[in-house]
Design a protein around this ligand. Structure first.
Ligand SMILES: [Zn+2]
Length: 79
């Protein structure tokens, strides 16, 4: 889901509600010098998971990345 296009299609009052979901994920932005709500952006698709980049919702500075491992069943059979 592309959050940029999602927000552009929403009137401002609904944007405010949508941002509540982001409050759980706040990271420190060195540019804003405070904890900020972040936008998640898919950065890389890795063999064992997806790497996401977090962007400050205010200034779009990158404030961190996270790798979400795939949860598909995976068994290593040794011997
Ligand atoms: Zn910022």
């Amino acid at each position: 889901m592309n959050f940029d296009s999602f927000f552009q299609q929403r009137p401002p009052s609904e944007q405010q509600d949508a941002f509540k979901e982001f409050e759980a994920t706040e990271l420190y932005c060195p540019n804003c010098k405070r904890a900020v709500p972040v936008r998640q952006r898919l950065l890389l698709i890795l063999p064992d998971g997806d790497e996401y980049e977090y962007l400050c919702a205010f200034c779009s500075t990158s404030v961190g990345t996270k790798i979400v491992r795939n949860n598909k069943p995976f068994h290593i059979i040794t011997g």
